[in-house]
Ligand binder design. Structure first.
Ligand code: NAD
Length: 429
């Protein structure tokens, strides 16, 4: 089953528990608008390449379309549709006034120079400009995109708008995109928000399932989400015993746990964008931990308390689901578990805590950033984190209540909550 269809299956599973008109589920089964772009891009060498770009504006019942931009060679329409649908569900679960969208470019950003990356991002922003805006559709970072890329994107969008008509308040127009740098009116706390939000949910969960700290954790992916989550968990006494990036990982079988600051420092030393390029830090650290080198596949099957996939989709499948040894699978990546694997894990009694709840911290702080831009405000980090915690804990409590009352798995409970919110907003036909 492809990723989009597996998300639809989950949506329909949730819909069985609430009384909804059939047309409403049909409406949610299709994106409202899909945009495919083919544009010519001149490389530094003078060679011209045709690049495919996508934006899916899935549903805007709850507010302007909102969702990240992914730069990856495997990006395709089916994946973007799937990720856009997840944004609809996620935004409804954490109660932010946004609909769902997603976009991306089918390129390998590691193959581009920084100048090429900027030119391509500006081209993408120009092409999308007629269809996006602070009250219409608001992109953000995702895999291989970061605050620098968002800054270029916002700058180009404002230039396009300014050329058409003189823009009075350019600063407010920056709300067209979130995840910008602090110097360019980004929000304090946005960089760590997805990991921090996940941490708030995990702490609530731990209180309820009765497992005792210190807990061992394996994390796949060391980009924005994985590295921040690793750092926060380390700071709060969890034993992060395995980490990895696309090249592989390291495992501390003594269960002492890595010093995550060292891992991060090592990456900083390389002077690369976090998450945009492989900087080989894990590979270097692996040398220090000699016997601890593992593959990404091995990481998923380690005997740990908590497994956190925080890289890409479809890493836990029917092939490896029976080999997962963690007690809790805490999804931070979008769609890391296939529908078939989900069923196997549920049967095996492994507690699967879903992406649409756990990784919503990013979009919550994106909402705060958008709000600050629109209202010309600047919030303190304390205010951002207080707001983030409040929203994450409230969403978790609601999902947990449905999970207990309806005796469904946590993913179905999360989808039920989202559908309840979306149904309240649906217009009478
Ligand atoms: P990122 O580009 O910053 O980092 C991705 C990490 O995954 C890197 O360490 C990379 O080396 C690793 N990776 C890539 N391909 C891999 C593979 N085949 N096997 C193992 N590791 C691989 O991306 P990110 O922003 O951290 O996003 C990670 C996941 O979290 C994605 O699923 C994304 O959609 C989701 N997410 C991100 C945010 C956000 O705010 N950035 C918010 C919600 C969800």
């Amino acid at each position: 089953m492809n990723v989009f269809n597996s998300a639809l299956t989950q949506l329909k599973r949730g819909a069985k528990y609430i009384n909804l008109p059939p047309y409403f589920i049909d409406q949610l089964s299709f994106p409202e608008r899909t945009i495919t772009l083919n544009f010519s891009f001149k490389k530094d060498s003078g060679e011209v390449e045709i690049i495919k770009g996508y934006r899916v504006q899935y549903n805007n019942l709850l507010g302007p379309y909102k969702g990240g931009l992914r730069y990856h060679q495997d990006v395709n329409m089916d994946e973007i549709k799937f990720l856009a649908l997840l944004m609809v569900i996620k935004n409804a679960i954490v109660d932010v006034p946004f609909g769902g969208a997603k976009g991306g470019l089918a390129i390998d950003p590691k193959s581009l120079s920084e100048k090429e990356l900027e030119r391509l991002t500006r081209l993408f922003a120009k092409e999308l400009a007629p269809n996006i805006g602070p009250m219409r559709d608001i992109p953000a970072p995702d895999v291989n995109t970061n605050s620098k890329i968002m800054d270029w994107f916002a700058d180009e969008y404002i230039e396009v708008k300014d050329k058409k008509q003189n823009v009075e308040n350019k600063d407010q127009l920056k709300a067209v995109v979130t995840g910008k740098s602090l110097q360019n009116d980004g929000s304090k706390g946005r960089e760590q928000s997805t990991g921090m939000g996940g941490f708030f949910v995990l702490e609530e969960l731990i209180k309820r399932v009765g497992v005792k700290k210190p807990l061992t954790v394996a994390i796949q992916g060391f980009g924005n989400v994985g590295s921040n989550m690793a750092g926060i968990l380390h700071d709060y006494g969890y034993k992060v015993v395995a980490v990895s990036d696309v090249k592989g990982g390291i495992y501390d079988s003594s269960n002492t746990g890595f010093n995550i600051d060292l891992v991060r420092e090592c990456r900083l030393e390389k002077g690369m964008f976090a998450g945009c390029y492989c900087i080989g830090s894990v590979c270097d650290l692996a040398k220090k931990y000699e016997d601890g080198i593992i593959t990404n596949e091995e990481l998923l099957e380690l005997p740990v308390d908590i497994l956190i996939p925080a890289a890409i989709e479809n890493v836990i499948t029917s092939k490896n689901a029976s080999k997962i040894k963690a007690k809790i699978l805490f999804e931070m990546a979008n769609g890391p578990t296939t529908a078939e694997a989900d069923q196997i894990l549920n049967k095996r009694g492994i507690l699967v805590v879903p992406d649409v709840l756990n990784n919503a911290g990013g979009v919550i702080v994106s909402y705060f950033e958008w709000y600050q831009n629109i209202h010309s405000e600047k919030w303190s980090l304390e205010k951002v984190n207080r707001g983030l915690k409040e929203k994450m804990v409230k969403a978790f409590e609601k999902v947990w209540k449905i999970y207990k009352e309806k005796k469904v798995d946590l993913r179905t409970a999360a989808y039920i909550l989202a559908l309840q919110r979306l149904a309240e907003a649906k217009p009478d036909l």
